[in-house]
Design a binder for this molecule. Sequence first.
Ligand code: FE2
Ligand code: FE2
Length: 393
Amino acid sequence: MPEPKARELLDLEDLALHEGATVLLRLKLAQLAAGEWLEVRGDSAELAEGLTAWCRKEGHRCERAQGVAHTYRIEASAGIPATSTSRMEIRESAEPSWGLAPRGARVEAGGPEFAFTLREKREVWARELNAIYKQAVAGQWSAARDIPWDELPKLAPEVERSVAQVMTFLTENEFAALYVPARFIARIHPHYREVVEVLAMQVADEARHAEAFTRRAEVGGAGLGITATSGQLSLKTLVEEPDFTTATFLLCVMGEGTFLTLLKFIGEHAPDPVTSALALLAHRDEARHVAFGMEHLRYVFEREPERKASMDAAVARRSWMLASISGLSPYVHDALVIMAGGGVEPRQIRTGAHRVSELHREMDRARRERLQSLGFAPEAAARMSVYHTKNFM
Ligand SMILES: [Fe+2]
Ligand SMILES: [Fe+2]
């Protein structure tokens, strides 16, 4: 019987297998369908024996060409089966066996299964992820490069201590805002890579905020102030929230939403240009974190409107858990009053106290507005805003 005609020819000359001949073999074989033949010529001494062994390992059949020296024939096998994923089509559910494969790659069968527990699109997705990520990349700033540290004046000791206390409070909140997305990143299936990428940028933003606020407290000479138990209790309920959507709602919509008002307030009333610049740069980042939270919740509510009630309940539940906390810690409240009033003269305290009570009103107004834009009725929005933690985050 005549040999079937080879579809491709490969001349290895004197290139040995251990010198890279397998690269050329694989390149040629990849162009063949299962059952098609490759004719290989080569003068390397070890080829006859090595090629047969290599073909066996790769699953191809190999034989000597009849009557021609230094020539071999390889029948291509079907190769390892692979699943194709699409770069553009985002599936409603992601398979554990796709593992870490980037969307759009072909995934070899038989790979390990990863324990990603968030692998339904409706659990994690949001619109505008690409826009949010691009803005985050373009908006990265550096505490070393972009803050006018040299312009920090010598402030009155009470004012400097108040700024440092506010920075302490901000830093502990930044850590909570870092740990919450960080806890979930490892659970989200990489098929939803845009969510992972946005959250990774969020983690990097919070690390920078924590670094910059701590540095501001130290550079003025007062050093870090006091971390209140009430604040830690509040943040613990946030950091331990097990559900992604609920945690995103409490952190990004309620907490970081409230922080937007706080950072704007600090930007306006800071006694020095360094504190003001820090607050405004952090505000810009937080606006993106809030945008992600809002888009995620919109996506979830469109598909599961009943989840609005569970968010309402989560805010109430957190409020009961924190019932022993009467309000914002006096350390933070008093520091905000002194900072916003510009000193400790009675008239300055009056001004500062007035501004801080205005701050609370504005936080409440903005929270209600945000909740209503997510579709909560005005009464529900008002109740949830009142129940929101007095610690702001
Ligand atoms: Fe932050
Ligand atoms: Fe944030």
